[in-house]
Design a protein around this ligand. Structure first.
Ligand code: ZN
Ligand code: ZN
Length: 213
């Protein structure tokens, strides 16, 4: 398994290039910006791009889709509960003063319990709402692509439109229950492990409570 983080755009979002090294099949997770650079990385690796897997539809995670699809027209996978965000990504950008090219409509819906594959690699889909209503994570092969739920030492914002702190608290319990050795590839910042976060992340240790009432 090949995992390569490519940090893109003004929000320093981590897009991940995930590939089966034997079949050379690949997916991009959260192509948030710099779509041409992401396609260049696919081609430089001698890989065949099969799909775009989206953890959630905030602008910094979907802003590169249009540019990627212009060169490699592969299907987009998204949880339907994030369509309200996905369909308004241009407006999302306007709020942050960022120009975003509207992505084509998603091709496939993700749901809790789904299994998605790239080459011989399979990942389970878990629905982990809170930061965004249709947020999912991809779990398998000792890693989780967790989007903006859990960061090294922190967690995703819940003050955004359609965020829900109570839902995020429940979702974080699901992350917390993954095997300690699981590597977390987050949407921003460095990779970490579930064990490290369970020991030191104040939102998981109980030092800071997400819900105060
Ligand atoms: Zn986000
Ligand atoms: Zn983000």
């Amino acid at each position: 398994m090949l995992v390569r983080a490519l940090t893109v755009g003004p929000f320093q979002e981590n897009a991940y290039l995930l590939a089966d090294e034997s079949s050379r099949d690949a997916v991009l997770i959260d192509p948030g910006d710099e779509g041409d650079r992401l396609v260049d990385a696919v081609e430089a690796g001698g890989l065949t791009l099969r799909a775009l897997w989206i953890t959630h539809a905030h602008l910094d995670h979907v802003g590169g889709i249009a540019a990627v699809k212009r060169r490699l027209d592969v299907p987009v996978w998204l949880h339907p509960a994030d369509r309200p965000l996905y369909d308004r990504v241009v407006e999302q950008g306007r709020k942050f003063g960022v120009v975003i090219e509207a992505p084509p409509a998603p091709d496939h819906e993700l749901a809790e319990g789904d299994v998605v594959t790239v080459g011989a690699l399979s990942f389970g889909v878990i629905h982990v709402p809170g930061h965004a209503p249709g947020h999912v994570a991809f779990v398998g092969h000792g890693v989780v692509f967790g989007g903006d739920c859990l960061f090294a030492g922190s967690i995703g914002r819940t003050d955004l439109a359609l965020s829900d702190p109570r839902a995020l608290a429940r979702s974080l319990e699901r992350f917390s229950a993954l095997p300690a050795e699981t590597t977390v590839y987050p949407g921003h910042g460095p990779a970490t492990t579930i064990g490290e976060e369970n020991r030191t992340n104040p939102f998981l240790t109980g030092a800071v409570r997400l819900i105060t009432r």
